[in-house]
Design a protein around this ligand. Structure first.
Ligand code: DLZ
Length: 214
Protein backbone atom coordinates (compact mmCIF):
# COMPACT_ATOMS: atom_id res chain seq x y z
CA UNK A 1 0.00 0.00 0.00
CA UNK A 2 1.37 3.46 -0.88
CA UNK A 3 1.46 6.09 1.81
CA UNK A 4 -0.66 9.20 1.40
CA UNK A 5 1.03 12.19 -0.23
CA UNK A 6 -1.83 14.66 0.16
CA UNK A 7 -2.10 17.25 2.90
CA UNK A 8 0.03 19.98 4.45
CA UNK A 9 3.62 19.24 5.37
CA UNK A 10 4.93 20.54 8.66
CA UNK A 11 7.10 23.63 8.57
CA UNK A 12 10.67 23.15 9.83
CA UNK A 13 10.00 26.01 12.20
CA UNK A 14 7.41 26.03 14.96
CA UNK A 15 6.14 29.61 14.99
CA UNK A 16 5.50 31.36 18.28
CA UNK A 17 1.97 32.69 18.64
CA UNK A 18 2.42 34.27 22.05
CA UNK A 19 2.36 37.85 20.72
CA UNK A 20 -0.34 37.32 18.13
CA UNK A 21 -3.99 38.30 18.10
CA UNK A 22 -6.22 36.09 16.00
CA UNK A 23 -9.91 36.30 15.08
CA UNK A 24 -12.08 33.37 14.12
CA UNK A 25 -15.23 34.24 12.18
CA UNK A 26 -17.49 31.26 11.63
CA UNK A 27 -20.82 30.55 9.97
CA UNK A 28 -23.66 28.84 11.87
CA UNK A 29 -24.86 26.61 9.03
CA UNK A 30 -24.01 22.92 9.54
CA UNK A 31 -23.19 23.75 13.11
CA UNK A 32 -22.01 20.34 14.32
CA UNK A 33 -19.21 20.31 11.77
CA UNK A 34 -18.43 24.01 12.20
CA UNK A 35 -18.12 23.63 15.99
CA UNK A 36 -15.63 20.77 15.63
CA UNK A 37 -13.54 22.79 13.17
CA UNK A 38 -13.55 25.87 15.42
CA UNK A 39 -12.51 23.73 18.40
CA UNK A 40 -9.67 22.19 16.37
CA UNK A 41 -8.43 25.63 15.32
CA UNK A 42 -8.53 26.97 18.89
CA UNK A 43 -6.67 23.93 20.24
CA UNK A 44 -3.78 24.50 17.85
CA UNK A 45 -3.72 28.27 18.34
CA UNK A 46 -3.32 27.71 22.07
CA UNK A 47 -0.76 24.96 21.57
CA UNK A 48 1.31 27.43 19.55
CA UNK A 49 1.14 29.97 22.36
CA UNK A 50 -1.72 32.28 21.34
CA UNK A 51 -3.24 33.55 24.58
CA UNK A 52 -6.90 32.86 25.20
CA UNK A 53 -7.72 36.58 25.52
CA UNK A 54 -6.10 37.18 22.13
CA UNK A 55 -8.47 34.78 20.37
CA UNK A 56 -11.69 36.54 19.38
CA UNK A 57 -14.55 34.45 17.99
CA UNK A 58 -17.49 35.92 16.09
CA UNK A 59 -20.31 34.17 14.23
CA UNK A 60 -22.45 34.98 11.19
CA UNK A 61 -25.59 33.26 9.82
CA UNK A 62 -23.99 31.50 6.85
CA UNK A 63 -20.82 31.27 4.79
CA UNK A 64 -22.00 33.92 2.36
CA UNK A 65 -21.67 36.47 5.17
CA UNK A 66 -18.04 35.58 5.96
CA UNK A 67 -16.21 38.03 3.64
CA UNK A 68 -18.24 41.03 4.86
CA UNK A 69 -17.83 40.07 8.51
CA UNK A 70 -14.18 39.45 8.03
CA UNK A 71 -13.60 42.81 6.43
CA UNK A 72 -15.45 44.60 9.25
CA UNK A 73 -13.67 42.65 11.98
CA UNK A 74 -10.29 43.59 10.55
CA UNK A 75 -11.26 47.25 10.18
CA UNK A 76 -12.77 47.25 13.66
CA UNK A 77 -9.64 45.85 15.27
CA UNK A 78 -7.63 48.65 13.69
CA UNK A 79 -10.05 51.28 14.95
CA UNK A 80 -9.93 49.62 18.36
CA UNK A 81 -6.13 49.67 18.47
CA UNK A 82 -6.00 53.35 17.54
CA UNK A 83 -8.65 54.36 20.07
CA UNK A 84 -8.38 54.80 23.77
CA UNK A 85 -10.96 53.24 26.03
CA UNK A 86 -12.41 56.72 26.52
CA UNK A 87 -12.74 57.09 22.73
CA UNK A 88 -14.52 53.76 22.51
CA UNK A 89 -16.82 54.54 25.37
CA UNK A 90 -17.49 58.03 24.04
CA UNK A 91 -18.32 56.57 20.65
CA UNK A 92 -20.88 54.36 22.26
CA UNK A 93 -22.33 57.19 24.30
CA UNK A 94 -21.65 55.48 27.62
CA UNK A 95 -19.87 56.78 30.68
CA UNK A 96 -16.92 55.10 32.40
CA UNK A 97 -18.23 53.05 35.31
CA UNK A 98 -16.75 53.16 38.76
CA UNK A 99 -14.60 49.96 38.85
CA UNK A 100 -15.56 49.43 42.49
CA UNK A 101 -19.19 49.25 41.58
CA UNK A 102 -18.58 46.57 38.93
CA UNK A 103 -20.72 43.57 39.66
CA UNK A 104 -20.36 40.07 38.19
CA UNK A 105 -20.13 39.18 34.49
CA UNK A 106 -20.39 42.25 32.29
CA UNK A 107 -22.88 42.20 29.43
CA UNK A 108 -21.34 41.98 25.92
CA UNK A 109 -20.71 45.47 24.59
CA UNK A 110 -21.10 47.03 28.03
CA UNK A 111 -18.63 49.61 29.23
CA UNK A 112 -16.85 47.22 31.58
CA UNK A 113 -16.44 44.64 28.80
CA UNK A 114 -14.72 47.28 26.69
CA UNK A 115 -12.34 48.22 29.47
CA UNK A 116 -11.23 44.60 29.80
CA UNK A 117 -11.11 44.00 26.05
CA UNK A 118 -7.62 43.30 24.72
CA UNK A 119 -6.81 45.61 21.88
CA UNK A 120 -4.64 45.63 18.80
CA UNK A 121 -5.09 44.80 15.15
CA UNK A 122 -5.53 41.16 14.27
CA UNK A 123 -2.48 39.39 12.87
CA UNK A 124 -4.60 36.74 11.14
CA UNK A 125 -8.23 35.82 10.73
CA UNK A 126 -9.60 32.32 10.23
CA UNK A 127 -12.89 32.15 8.34
CA UNK A 128 -14.74 28.91 9.00
CA UNK A 129 -17.81 27.68 7.17
CA UNK A 130 -19.19 24.41 5.90
CA UNK A 131 -20.95 24.32 2.55
CA UNK A 132 -22.64 21.07 1.60
CA UNK A 133 -23.92 20.63 -1.94
CA UNK A 134 -27.69 20.43 -2.31
CA UNK A 135 -29.90 19.88 -5.31
CA UNK A 136 -29.80 23.44 -6.64
CA UNK A 137 -27.05 25.78 -7.82
CA UNK A 138 -26.94 27.63 -4.47
CA UNK A 139 -23.79 25.77 -3.42
CA UNK A 140 -21.83 26.76 -6.51
CA UNK A 141 -22.73 30.45 -6.21
CA UNK A 142 -21.91 30.65 -2.52
CA UNK A 143 -18.61 28.73 -2.86
CA UNK A 144 -17.54 30.96 -5.70
CA UNK A 145 -18.46 34.27 -4.08
CA UNK A 146 -17.07 33.32 -0.65
CA UNK A 147 -13.70 32.22 -1.99
CA UNK A 148 -13.34 35.31 -4.18
CA UNK A 149 -14.61 37.55 -1.38
CA UNK A 150 -12.15 36.18 1.13
CA UNK A 151 -9.21 36.54 -1.24
CA UNK A 152 -10.22 40.12 -1.97
CA UNK A 153 -10.43 41.00 1.73
CA UNK A 154 -7.03 39.45 2.34
CA UNK A 155 -5.34 41.40 -0.43
CA UNK A 156 -7.19 44.65 0.29
CA UNK A 157 -6.47 44.65 4.03
CA UNK A 158 -3.04 43.00 4.06
CA UNK A 159 -4.17 40.74 6.90
CA UNK A 160 -3.75 37.03 6.19
CA UNK A 161 -6.97 35.17 5.93
CA UNK A 162 -7.02 31.44 6.52
CA UNK A 163 -9.52 29.78 4.21
CA UNK A 164 -11.41 27.50 6.56
CA UNK A 165 -14.36 26.90 4.29
CA UNK A 166 -15.19 23.29 3.51
CA UNK A 167 -16.95 22.80 0.19
CA UNK A 168 -18.22 19.24 0.52
CA UNK A 169 -20.26 17.25 -1.96
CA UNK A 170 -21.82 15.13 0.81
CA UNK A 171 -22.44 15.30 4.56
CA UNK A 172 -19.97 12.47 5.06
CA UNK A 173 -17.23 14.40 3.33
CA UNK A 174 -17.84 17.33 5.67
CA UNK A 175 -17.88 15.12 8.79
CA UNK A 176 -14.66 13.36 7.76
CA UNK A 177 -12.82 16.64 7.35
CA UNK A 178 -13.81 17.76 10.82
CA UNK A 179 -12.55 14.54 12.42
CA UNK A 180 -16.14 13.35 12.89
CA UNK A 181 -16.23 10.68 10.18
CA UNK A 182 -17.91 7.41 10.96
CA UNK A 183 -15.43 4.73 12.17
CA UNK A 184 -12.89 3.96 9.44
CA UNK A 185 -13.75 7.23 7.70
CA UNK A 186 -12.85 9.16 10.86
CA UNK A 187 -10.00 11.37 9.84
CA UNK A 188 -8.08 14.47 10.58
CA UNK A 189 -9.72 17.69 11.81
CA UNK A 190 -8.81 20.34 9.25
CA UNK A 191 -9.52 23.06 11.81
CA UNK A 192 -6.21 22.10 13.44
CA UNK A 193 -4.34 22.86 10.22
CA UNK A 194 -6.05 26.23 10.03
CA UNK A 195 -4.96 27.12 13.58
CA UNK A 196 -1.35 26.27 12.75
CA UNK A 197 -1.53 28.16 9.45
CA UNK A 198 -2.90 31.25 11.22
CA UNK A 199 0.06 31.33 13.61
CA UNK A 200 2.58 30.92 10.79
CA UNK A 201 0.96 33.55 8.57
CA UNK A 202 0.38 35.98 11.45
CA UNK A 203 3.98 35.65 12.62
CA UNK A 204 5.54 35.78 9.16
CA UNK A 205 3.19 38.49 7.94
CA UNK A 206 4.45 40.79 10.71
CA UNK A 207 8.09 39.98 9.97
CA UNK A 208 7.71 40.42 6.22
CA UNK A 209 6.05 43.79 6.69
CA UNK A 210 9.09 44.83 8.78
CA UNK A 211 11.43 43.74 5.96
CA UNK A 212 12.74 40.69 7.84
CA UNK A 213 13.23 37.69 5.60
CA UNK A 214 15.59 35.37 7.43
C1 DLZ B 1 -28.66 29.27 1.89
C2 DLZ B 1 -27.53 28.39 2.29
C3 DLZ B 1 -27.43 27.08 1.80
C4 DLZ B 1 -28.42 26.51 0.85
N1 DLZ B 1 -26.45 26.27 2.18
C5 DLZ B 1 -25.51 26.72 3.04
C6 DLZ B 1 -24.45 25.88 3.44
O1 DLZ B 1 -24.34 24.70 3.10
N2 DLZ B 1 -23.51 26.42 4.28
C7 DLZ B 1 -23.55 27.71 4.72
O2 DLZ B 1 -22.64 28.14 5.46
N3 DLZ B 1 -24.58 28.52 4.36
C8 DLZ B 1 -25.55 28.07 3.55
N4 DLZ B 1 -26.59 28.87 3.17
C9 DLZ B 1 -26.73 30.20 3.81
C10 DLZ B 1 -25.95 31.32 3.08
O3 DLZ B 1 -24.55 31.19 3.29
C11 DLZ B 1 -26.41 32.70 3.60
O4 DLZ B 1 -26.32 32.74 5.00
C12 DLZ B 1 -27.83 33.03 3.20
O5 DLZ B 1 -28.02 32.91 1.82
C13 DLZ B 1 -28.18 34.49 3.62
O6 DLZ B 1 -27.33 35.41 2.94
Amino acid sequence: MTSAIKGPSQSDVQYDGSNLRVAIVHARWNRQVVDALVAGAITKLKERGVKEHNIVTQSVPGSFELPFAWSRVITGSRVQSGASVTDLLGGLGVSTPNPQSRSTTPAPGSASTLINMPQGPFDAVIAIGVLIKGSTMHFEYICDSVSHGLMKVQLDTGVPVIFGVLTALTEDQALERAGLGREEARSHNHGEDWGIAAVEMGFQGRRWSEGKFT
